[in-house]
Design a protein. Sequence first.
Length: 388
Amino acid sequence: MTDKVRLGIIGLGAEGGMYAAFLAEGRVPNMVIGAICDLDTAKRARAAELGVPFFEDYLDMIESGTVDAVVTTVPHYLHPKMGIEALKRGMHVLLEKPVGVYTKQAREVIEFAATKPELKFGVFFNQRTNPLYKDLKTLLDSGDLGKLRHTSWIITTWWRPQPYYDQSAWRATWGGEGGGVLVNQAPHQLDLWQWICGVPKSVFAKCGFGFRRDIAVEDEVNALVDFGDGATGTFITCTHDLPGTDRLEILCDKGKVVVEGSSKVTITRLVEDEQAMSAKMSVDDVRLLFTGQLDAASLMTTETKDYGSVWGAQHCEVLENFAAQILTDAAPLAPGSDGIHGVRLANAIHLSAWTGREVGLENFDEDAYLTELNERIAAEGLFDVREA
């Protein structure tokens, strides 16, 4: 091992190609491209341009001695299997999101990684590097705003017209992709929501499957979650909203956060706990409130900050942190074990929508989910059902 980690990229598609470009441009100081693997031999030309070896089989690449770590930019179902095989061969592993399509396979790779403590295992949650969300997590963790009461996230900014789905036979299928907006577009938001607000205890959901697109999987989701202790949340997402909305609200006992467009945040801090303020209100105060004469500054302060866009830099920071974990045992931005939370919530939303009942996350029924998923895969008749 030198002062730079040699990364093997498995799958040179949109994501893999982007990571290769960042590394080639020197945007990740402690990492270089070690090799590229892709089933499409036409990608060999790009590897030649970059001056790195090309492999058609990822196991051949792992065993070649040309890489120290791998990143998997491949279809979702393949992430756990490739991760386990790489770990078996002494590779550090960075899995793209989601860690798996269903919790049983996600848990399998996470539990196997735990048997290899000498190896680094991460998940590519690049949104965790966004300064806005990092600051927001620090604020919520500090307790300055008190306990969570309610949170809602409307994230519908990924409009996908029908030709997007028609371009590949595996896209937007249960057997090929494992779901729709929850597993393809929204995993980052599902992760951030739980990272900042906590892991929910249960969920009740209504989903539209092929609601406004000719697909089998979900293209609209409305989910109500229970965080426990009276705190609740709603998550709304779809792929047919034009122009779309990205708005996160977090209401706490002593204040409120509103994030718009994942770039602008408004934080309102109450002078004290809302219930205490309510109890101290006099009848005269209520009259002034209803007539618009009560001085808002006596109740709260508000600050707004625009963080702007940090696209691209997020991915480089994840890669740099992963390399630092390998080289200097740096703390991970997103441990691979965190990846199961988003998978489980997406699975629970599916299961709730399929069964019409509230689904617990603390005692999530993995077998029931896999049975329901396999019924849908079998009905498609395009792919083999999935094993437990």
